[in-house]
Design a protein around this ligand. Structure first.
Ligand code: NAD
Length: 497
């Protein structure tokens, strides 16, 4: 692992603008307790804000309801599309500012933020704008006596609560707001309490481009207070939640009595299967990127490697070398490709998992420690000799830690797939092979909502994304992702006998 230049003269050290709440088109101070914001690259405080409490959420939910029943319902689909396109343009014009603020608030390397994540947020908004004008029902044939005109109608669910995690705050805000608004819903967005900065700036653009008051409310605050209040509020018709499985399960319970709609994008522990016939150079680099990207704080990170024994030494040592060479450091330092993890709590948690793995007998072949840097850094880590009884294999770490296992017979897929699918999660999975038939057979049987063959990417706004089992249910992106913000009404008209 190399440490690039850590003195970064041009980096910001504090937030210039205060974080406030956007409720009914107005910027207001939160009524809840003060929440400190940190720069994960240094561990230092960059600002603080008053989070939303139940009273603020009540105002935001009512504003969303009123906007849904009132002004927003009068926006034609094409007008909703135009507003979203204007928002995408406005965001694109200020991409550098968004990237700097996100890097300061999350520790994401600035260059990666500017080149990939911020542009992805723009594309997500643009893509979903297109759906506003394409949400149709269809006519249906019926076989009842007489003459009928039968059809389905799609209409927006109503006011929706959008609860987001801290790992990709801007992308997540875009990925939730854009389809909801395209479908005609109004929104109450709660970013994670520790990463509200870019959502607040997006709120400024939302007001500026002309969304009516109440269509978008942005209410950062504690999950236990603001999140709970959104889930419980009677004016909210649906919750779209991305975060941990534990909180997702809790939301199932808290929304059970109201039967609010719920979609859950939860955790993952995704397998990567590398067969000996694969393009190994690409497989090694991609497997490494998959787990070290965003310091492993990616729900779809490939965190459990299964490699064919005949090439296991080559692949595991190749990934370990990648880890050792990876430029880790301050998000603003030139050349850095991996920053810190997001918080002191996450730092402690990831290091705790590594220690537990070591104690259980795993071999640390790369990393395994906290580098000697200010801030919350964890060295990119590769553990060999791991097995499913170890917590590093069975639990989501959400850090830069890869576990590795081997398999013997590439043609005996049953035992391999059993091991790959032996997880409470079912979010993503990755297969590396040049054998077309094997690729298809494995892709069909992996127990995950997203399968990638010979790639680690494949995330596209038009590809539905979502998991099975403890990874949740419902899809984001694609037609399915927008339709998740609609209800289907079936209309049967009796025309005569
Ligand atoms: P988290 O569940 O702690 O928090 C997520 C959000 O829920 C935050 O906004 C938080 O304030 C809020 N929240 C917490 N308690 C709440 C409650 N009782 N009621 C309502 N809201 C509440 O998760 P996190 O630590 O922020 O994020 C990491 C997790 O998110 C990981 O498990 C990761 O896998 C998952 N994740 C999943 C996806 C996906 O698409 N499947 C994407 C990114 C992250």
């Amino acid at each position: 692992m190399s440490h690039p230049d850590t003195s970064v003269p041009t980096r910001p050290t504090t937030l210039d603008d205060p974080i406030r709440l956007l409720i009914d088109g107005e910027w207001v101070e939160g009524s809840g307790a003060a929440i400190a914001l940190h720069d994960p690259s240094t561990g230092l405080v960059i600002g603080e804000y008053a989070g939303a409490d139940a009273h603020d959420i009540d105002r935001a939910a009512r504003a969303a309801r009123n906007a849904f029943d009132g002004p927003w319902s009068r926006f034609a689909p094409a007008e909703r599309a135009r507003l979203l396109l204007r928002l995408a343009d406005a965001l694109e014009a200020r991409i550098d500012e968004f990237a700097r603020l996100e890097s300061l608030n999350t520790g994401k390397p600035l260059e990666l933020m500017r080149r990939y994540e911020a542009p992805m947020a723009v594309e997500l908004i643009r893509y979903h704008a297109g759906w506003a004008t394409k949400l149709n029902g269809e006519t249906r044939q019926v076989s009842l006596p007489g003459e009928w005109h039968a059809f389905t109608l799609r209409r927006p669910i109503g006011a929706v609560g959008l609860i987001a995690p801290w790992n990709n705050p801007l992308v997540m805000a875009a990925a939730k707001l854009a389809p909801a608004l395209a479908a005609g819903c109004t929104t109450v967005l709660k970013p994670a309490e520790i990463t509200p900065v870019t959502a607040a700036l997006l709120g400024e653009l939302i007001v500026k481009v002309g969304f009516p008051p109440g269509a978008v409310n942005i209410v950062p605050g504690l999950g236990s207070i603001a999140g709970e209040a959104i889930a419980a509020h009677p004016a909210i018709d649906k919750i779209s939640f991305t975060g941990s499985t534990a909180v997702g399960q809790h939301l199932q319970r808290t929304t059970a009595s109201s039967l609010k709609r719920l979609s859950l994008e939860l955790g993952g522990k995704s397998p990567v299967l590398i067969f000996a016939d694969a393009d190994l150079d690409r497989a090694i680099e991609s497997a490494a990127r998959s787990i070290f990207n965003n310091s492993g704080q990616v729900c779809a990170a490939g965190s459990r490697l299964f490699v064919e024994r005949s090439v296991a030494d080559q692949v595991i040592s190749g990934i370990a070398e990648f880890a050792d060479r990876l430029p880790v450091g301050d998000a603003f330092a030139p050349g850095v490709l991996m920053g810190p993890v997001v918080s002191a709590a996450q730092h402690e948690r990831v290091l705790g998992f590594i220690e537990a793995g070591r104690t259980a007998g795993a071999d640390v072949v790369a990393g395994g420690h906290a580098p000697d840097l200010p801030g919350w850094f964890v060295a990119p880590t590769v553990l060999a000799g791991t097995d499913p009884t170890m917590s590093v294999v069975s639990e989501e770490i959400f850090g830069p830690v890869l576990t590795t296992q081997t398999f013997d017979d590439p043609d005996d897929l049953d035992p391999l797939l059993r091991r790959a699918n032996e997880s409470v999660y079912g979010l993503s999975s990755y297969v590396w092979t040049r054998d077309l038939s094997r690729a298809h057979r494995v892709a069909r049987r992996l127990g995950a909502g997203n399968v990638r063959v010979n790639t680690v990417t494949g995330m596209d706004p038009n590809m539905p994304f979502g998991g099975f089992k403890a990874s949740g249910y419902g899809k984001e992106n694609g037609r399915e992702g927008v339709e998740a913000y609609t209800e289907l009404v079936s209309v049967a008209m009796h025309l005569g006998d």
